[in-house]
Design a protein around this ligand. Structure first.
Ligand SMILES: N[C@@H](CC(=O)c1ccccc1NC=O)C(=O)O
Ligand SMILES: [Zn+2]
Ligand SMILES: [Zn+2]
Length: 223
């Protein structure tokens, strides 16, 4: 048996030119020090919106009364999760939860977004407030989507976000689920540890669920 745990990266790669939400600050990593030009090291200067690529929304993003990122417990983002294929549902309504019971606290939705966004995806599948309320009623605490937002691009009222605020659930956006089989996993999603912010880019990975704990077995050599 391999001692290595399979780790599936479901974060969106942030390549130069990664498209941003229309009107938002562009993503860039600008070269600073360079060994080839005489510096001791290579370094870069990162400039990004807090809502670039795979990222979490702190409740303060959508309500002035909401918590900032440092007050959201990491437990929200780490633990058992279910990946659902909801392609064909636009917007995603409560019907995608029909017949599901015993849900884990984290639900990730694959709406069909590709691994890489050449241009910003303007026509994506938002979540209806009724979906959000039904998920909350089933004990879900975090909903992740492969779309850039849980509300449509042109929404000014952000009813989807408001339903998360109402129900106390949390939001993870911009996942890359294009290579993930639907099913149960362990989610580890760690937002950048920025303080006082409305959200932050995150690295999100899936681990196989029920991965046996790897223990040294008495009388056996480790390989
Ligand atoms: N709701 C989107 C972001 C968003 O709405 C947004 C991001 C940057 C600049 C303006 C935005 N919305 C304006 O209505 C998100 O949560 O990532
Ligand atoms: Zn966001
Ligand atoms: Zn959002």
């Amino acid at each position: 048996m391999s001692l290595q745990t399979a780790v599936q990266d479901i974060s969106r790669a942030l390549t130069p030119g990664h498209p941003n939400w229309p009107g938002d600050a562009p993503f860039s990593v600008t070269p600073a020090a360079r060994i080839e030009t005489g510096d001791s090291v290579n370094t870069g200067v990162l400039s990004t919106s807090t809502h670039t690529g795979t990222h979490v929304d702190a409740p303060w993003h959508y309500s002035d009364g909401g918590s900032r990122l440092e007050s959201v417990p990491l437990e929200v983002y780490v633990g058992p999760c279910l990946v659902l294929d909801v392609r064909g549902h636009n917007p995603v309504g409560p019907e995608v939860l029909d017949g599901l019971e015993g849900l884990p606290e984290r639900l990730l939705l694959y709406t069909g977004q590709p691994a890489h966004w050449e241009n910003f995806p303007e026509d994506f599948a938002a979540l209806t407030p009724d979906f959000v309320r039904r998920a909350a009623g089933l004990g879900v605490r975090l909903v992740g989507t492969d779309c850039p937002s849980v509300d449509p691009l042109t929404s000014k009222t952000l009813e989807g976000h408001a339903a998360f605020w109402e129900t106390g659930m949390y939001i993870l956006e911009g996942l890359n689920l294009s290579a993930t089989a639907p099913g149960h996993y362990g989610l580890v999603c760690l937002p950048m540890p920025l303080v006082g912010v409305d959200g932050a880019p995150a690295r999100a990975v899936l681990l196989p669920q029920d991965q046996p704990v790897q223990q040294d077995q008495p009388g056996r050599e480790r390989t």
